[in-house]
Design a protein around this ligand. Sequence first.
Ligand code: SF4
Length: 293
Amino acid sequence: MHYKSGIELLSICNENNMSIYDVALINECRSSSLSEHQVYEKMLTYFEIMKTSIKKGLDENEKNIKGFMIGGEAKKIKNYYENNKSVCGKTMSKAISYALSVMEVNVSMGRIVACPTAGSCGVLPAVLLTIMEKFSLDEQTVIKGLLTSSAVGIIIGKNASLSGAEGGCQAEIGSASAMAAAAVVEMLGGTPEQALHASAIALKNLMGLVCDPVAGLVEAPCAKRNAIGTSNAMIAAEMALAGIESIIPFDEVVIAMGKVGKMLPVALRETSEGGIATTPTGKKLKKQIFGVK
Ligand code: SF4
């Protein structure tokens, strides 16, 4: 079941009448020497950690989930959509609160699943749990989504990058969003082709996003970009499930993202030497936190 690209993955799916998660599951069993049941249990453990991180950020005292710059934002969104007219609607607002929550747990050194990276750890949990709750899906369906997302992540990792230091934030939040978009399509019964269209749309929407963490900490703009990656994944999945196709095929989008990453100056690839990291406020925060310019 070897594949290096989306087109190869789709041909395996079509030739064998399989879903993307079937292929991902077979490959995971082979590479880990685990049984299907063991892989399922392992994925379930990851999903449990994701759910716990969402709950922790929303339940705990702000003090316990605070980094240097963020903390308490997840609860603010929750309070807002529960007590006001939500601009985005309850589903999207809930997803935003979940993404922020996981990032708050991350900055407080809590337990998260770095999927695909710690900086983008809020996107998949937020999307998976929101869709699970909205459509009353069972855990098996969520695990199928998670496996589907892993196949997308593998292709992006092989042909472009999943690292902000290498490809900018498009490679972290963009990839997480593309992975999550495919998961939603799978969870809601879409086809493998639709899953990759959703991934392509999500990745295109965040193409060129630079990595510019204030004070070199994975807090700002990272937390709010997780919220954007989450919303973007759901928007992309909605389009793909409605039958909208990405005009540029998934594989070409991935290659383009990788090329854009290489074109980005070093200052915009996690060095904190550009973007919002070097704004007057960004510099002031760095000085406040570390006492250096
Ligand atoms: S800005 Fe950089 S460190 Fe922050 S999430 Fe994006 S890639 Fe990660």
